[in-house]
Design a protein around this ligand. Structure first.
Ligand code: FAD
Length: 434
């Protein structure tokens, strides 16, 4: 007889929504805590930014989403679907292969409506403390506060879906304290206008850095994209007259100069940190059993990026790993958690899970992969998802989906980052994946 547990889900973004659905499907009783007044998380575009543009002030008023106005998805609509709920269920506007962010929010609202998830959500209710009733017991205290009241409730299990693209990580730049220019993190970037006629250094060539530098190059005097690599020679990017590619910043000084490792230097007005985010669980108390390390980039120990061995299965995390078919990965993780909680699927022993975590870390080290990439799935994202699917008795991912996913990397290599979203086509894909 499958066990029904009382489960708290923290967050009503994409991961919290699909986790709530999977837990309900498995017969669990679900309460979703959402600190804002609406679902969607990251995909709720907020034109407001934080007063501290680097988001370092611990007392700042936090704006959750890091979305910029012209953001389009970096996966095509087919890969923004859940396994049984197509992105195209949402009446769409312009049917772009890579939709605008507004469509993703619409899709998540349709999903929540169609699976009656709204009624599980306590909006405007922030979780301020999660702790075991006592260590070793499988009961968890969840303390939350809303405008009206503070409450403390006991749950059999907690699933953490609070998102990890809100607490910025800022680059350490030698000399920055004397540098006279402005600094901003991409978390607080929305539109290009404030960069008009400025000379801007963008640090980081992840999706945000690559998008934002091409956003601001339309109004800025010059944009210099600086990446971690030390091999890059200064070179023009794409066909822009005012966009350059640089190696890592070596130092900056009080004259406003920015000097790169390759020895080149420019006088800049603004440094824009597209340097990623930190995992952050300010409410979680585990006596150090789960900790965040390596400048906020590693949470652990987590068995398969989901279960902390010593506190499993009653504490779990969805959405920790990145680079993959993200929404589908959330769904698989959620199904796995739901079936482990009902007893349908068993986890290995605590010792075996810890050994697996150590094994993963050792493999990264032997491959020369920095610890900061502990939760990066690429290039093994499909093996990871197939492994979880196997735990819950599901078949491996559809070959057509995998073909779509890898074709994007191919397209970016062939046509460049600037145009892949509009030049990528289905032509070479099997009909089944449409
Ligand atoms: P979030 O969407 O951040 O949701 C977390 C929720 O938890 C929020 O609603 C928040 O209010 C709530 N919360 C947090 N703390 C508390 C608390 N203490 N109490 C109560 N509620 C709380 N993925 C893709 O698949 N395709 C893309 O194109 C894509 N583009 C991206 C672009 C950017 C700029 C970024 C930053 C990420 C992008 N991603 C993309 C990845 C993105 O993380 C996922 O798409 C997904 O939206 C994350 O969902 P989440 O539920 O994990 O987190």
């Amino acid at each position: 007889m499958a066990e029904s547990r009382k489960v708290a889900v923290i967050g009503a973004g994409a991961s919290g929504l699909v986790t709530s659905r999977e837990l309900q499907r498995e017969g669990h009783r679900v309460v979703v805590f959402e600190k804002s007044n609406q679902l969607g998380g990251l995909w709720v575009y907020n034109p407001r930014v934080e007063t501290d543009l680097l988001s370092l002030d611990p007392n700042r008023e936090i704006v959750h989403s890091s979305l910029y106005k012209f953001l389009r998805t970096n996966l095509p609509r087919r890969l923004m679907s859940f396994s049984d709920y197509s992105f195209d269920c949402a009446e769409n506007g312009n049917r772009l292969n890579f939709p605008e962010h507004e469509e993703v929010l619409k899709f998540l609202n349709e999903f929540a409506n169609d699976f009656a998830i709204n009624e599980l959500i306590r909006f405007n209710t922030e979780v301020v403390r999660v702790a075991p009733v006592e260590f070793g017991a499988n009961r968890w205290i969840v303390e939350s506060k809303s405008e009206e009241l503070s409450s403390e409730e006991v749950f059999d299990s907690v699933v953490i879906c609070n998102g990890h693209y809100t607490t910025p990580r800022v680059a350490n730049i030698p000399g920055i304290h004397n540098w006279p220019g402005k600094q901003i993190h991409s978390h607080n970037y929305r539109v290009p206008e404030p960069f008009k006629d400025q000379i801007v250094v963008v640090i980081g060539d992840g999706p945000s850095g690559l998008d934002i530098c091409r956003d601001i190059v339309t109004v800025a005097k010059q944009v210099h994209l600086s990446t971690r690599s030390s091999e890059i020679e200064v070179s023009k990017l794409d066909n822009y007259e005012n966009l350059w590619n640089h190696s890592k910043i070596d130092h900056v000084d009080e004259s406003g100069e920015v000097t790169f490792l390759d020895g080149s230097s420019i006088h800049a007005d603004i440094i824009l940190h597209c340097t990623g985010y930190k995992y952050d669980f300010p409410f979680l108390e585990t006596n150090g059993i789960v900790s965040v390390n390596d400048e906020g980039r590693v949470v652990g120990p987590l068995y398969k990026h989901v279960f902390p061995p010593k506190l499993s299965p009653c504490l779990s995390f969805v959405s920790i790993p990145y680079q993959g078919i993200v929404f589908l990965m959330f769904e698989l993780q959620a199904k796995w958690i739901a079936q482990v909680l009902s007893g349908k699927v068993l986890l290995p022993s605590e010792e075996e899970m810890l050994a697996d975590v150590e094994d993963h870390n050792r493999q990264l080290e032997e491959a020369g992969i920095p610890k900061r990439h502990t939760h990066r799935l690429h290039p093994h994202e499909m093996e990871y998802m197939d492994w979880i699917a196997a735990q819950i008795g599901m078949p491996s991912l559809d070959a057509g989906l995998k073909e779509i996913y890898w074709s994007i990397y191919k397209c970016v290599r062939e046509v460049g980052y600037a145009n892949y979203r509009d030049l990528w086509v289905f032509e070479n894909l099997t009909q089944s994946s449409l």
